[in-house]
Design a protein around this ligand. Structure first.
Ligand SMILES: [Zn+2]
Ligand SMILES: [Zn+2]
Length: 141
């Protein structure tokens, strides 16, 4: 149902910093179903992943090693996760993933990089389009 989807999407974005795939805008706290920056339609999808106990143990170890060296804020409550044990925030029980924490650590720099990537992608498309056009014209002569 559309209502359920929008609620799920808003609830997800309230607690997470997700970059718009199109323009790289930080969608944190966005209500509604489109990116406020570029108007792209936002779709929430459920991704199921099977994690073996060995994988889980490896991820916990990597997470602990990551937190032992860095002073990172919890994406859920903002508390420092330095020395946090386990894969949940000890203050607010927010599930911690290495990917999300790494993303947060980069701060604002990723937004610029994504925009840069967009421009390069557009340029590559333009170049291949021109190339195709030249071939078509040459073929007709
Ligand atoms: Zn966007
Ligand atoms: Zn927390």
């Amino acid at each position: 149902m559309a209502g359920d989807h929008d609620e799920l999407l808003a609830a997800y974005l309230r607690t997470r910093h997700v970059a718009c795939e199109c323009c790289g805008y930080d969608l944190h706290g966005v209500e509604g179903r489109s990116c406020p920056e570029c108007g792209s339609r936002l779709i929430a999808s459920v991704h199921l992943r099977v994690v073996t106990p060995e994988q889980q143990a490896r991820e916990r170890k990597a997470l602990a090693a990551f937190l032992a060296k860095r002073d990172v804020a919890c994406p859920g409550c903002g508390a420092s996760l330095k020395g946090n044990e386990g894969d949940r925030c000890q203050a607010c029980n927010h599930p911690l993933s290495l990917m999300e924490l790494r993303h947060g650590e980069l701060g604002g720099s990723w937004k610029k990089e994504t925009r840069h990537g967009c421009v390069i992608l557009v340029l590559v498309c333009l170049v291949s389009f021109l190339f195709l056009a030249v071939i078509t014209i040459a073929g007709k002569m």
